[in-house]
Design a protein around this ligand. Structure first.
Ligand SMILES: Cc1cc2nc3c(=O)[nH]c(=O)nc-3n(C[C@H](O)[C@H](O)[C@H](O)COP(=O)(O)O)c2cc1C
Length: 338
């Protein structure tokens, strides 16, 4: 029987349990990516709170990406030192930390270019900024990186037939649409063979003409065959509201179970984990090895320790999604805590 408290290996990373903080954009950086002090204390609280590993919030790979406000960045060398401070504060608690590398929008020859309008050189430049950001993540002490290919951001749009209607080698089949992800993955692994490389992907775009489960599965398999170390399963519209313990938890589990049955690398499932009972049930329903949480840890950064200490009542998060609208993306019920 697996339990959420098992010590487990996420590829080459040793985790004290099977719980991972899923990437959560805190909106606590200025427009150049300089991080506020509150951001450091947020991460320290999470690490101290007992989570097995942390995936950082959306960290943009490009200086000119202004998709939304307050994004952290690893887009130039001047930012490395602050990220080193962040990873040091997390490592004090024997907690690995993975940088979620992401691109909101591609600003090339003109602002916010669509996938279809990009030249092969534009696409290559995107690969290069992801690889350069991975280099910086290594210098800053991150234990891994996660390519953010979910939730409609740039890589997610690139692999989606709803946005990528290219007729060259980057479009058409799922394998062609995955070329940019695969080229970035292979180059990062060539430069840093021991760096854990993960990917967050939609199991389904849930939109007309979007990525289907079958296509997502195909892309995940290609990534696993090209050196990817883990895959986190999500979907568009990921922060479903109104989650109730024992009722509608773990809403992407069907696909994650299917994927985990076919891959030999760890599958992480995000979305709607609220009770230990259901989380242990999901772990034992198949080969899913890790569960990741976002909103419950905004409200209770010490949730893993609370559960481990014997208070096993469900997460107190009510999935109201007000955290998306508060300064620092704090919980409205405990905003004073951040
Ligand atoms: C305030 C907030 C910010 C988020 N930022 C990110 C992000 O930067 N990257 C990402 O992949 N997902 C992000 N998410 C989505 C979460 O990682 C997660 O996939 C989703 O909320 C479902 O999990 P949960 O039920 O545990 O919250 C964010 C969610 C919230 C509530």
């Amino acid at each position: 029987m697996k339990t959420i408290f098992d010590k487990s290996a996420l590829g080459n990373l040793n985790l004290k349990n099977r719980l991972i903080r899923s990437a959560t954009w805190e909106a606590l950086a200025d427009q150049n990516g300089n991080m506020q002090d509150t951001l450091f204390s947020t991460y320290e609280k999470l690490a101290k709170g007992g989570v097995g590993a942390i995936i950082s919030g959306f960290t943009s790979v490009a200086d000119n990406d202004h998709y939304f406000g307050g994004m952290a960045r690893l887009a130039n060398d001047a930012l490395i030192e602050a990220h080193k401070r962040l990873t040091d504060s997390v490592h004090k608690y024997a907690c690995p930390i993975i940088a979620q590398l992401a691109l909101g929008e591609y600003n090339g020859a003109y602002r916010n270019m669509d996938v279809d309008d990009m030249t092969a050189e534009d696409i290559d430049s995107v690969k290069n900024v992801f690889v350069a950001a991975a280099d910086r993540a290594v210098m800053a002490g991150y234990d891994g990186i996660q390519l953010h290919a979910a939730h409609g951001f740039f890589l997610s749009r690139f692999i989606s037939p709803a946005y990528n209607r290219r007729t060259d080698a980057y479009g058409g089949s799922p394998a062609n649409r995955a070329t940019l992800v695969l080229e970035s993955l292979r180059e990062v692994k060539r430069r840093h063979p021991d760096l854990h490389v993960s990917m967050k992907i939609n199991c389904n775009d849930f939109m007309s003409g979007g990525l289907t489960e079958q296509e997502s599965l195909r892309i995940c398999k290609l990534c696993a065959g090209n050196g990817m170390d883990s895959i986190e399963v999500s979907g568009n519209g990921t922060s479903v509201s109104g989650i109730r313990a024992g009722k509608n938890e773990a809403y992407f589990q069907d696909f994650a179970l299917r994927l985990a049955a076919e891959l030999s690398i760890p599958v992480i499932l995000v979305g709607g984990h609220r009770s230990i009972e259901n989380m242990n049930r999901v772990l034992n329903a198949g080969n899913i090895e890790f569960l990741s949480l976002s909103r419950p840890l905004i409200r209770e950064p010490d949730l893993p320790n609370r559960w481990q200490s014997g208070d096993t009542s469900p997460a107190t998060c009510v999935s109201c999604n007000m955290c998306y609208r508060t300064p620092g993306h704090a919980c409205v019920f405990c905003a004073q805590n951040r």
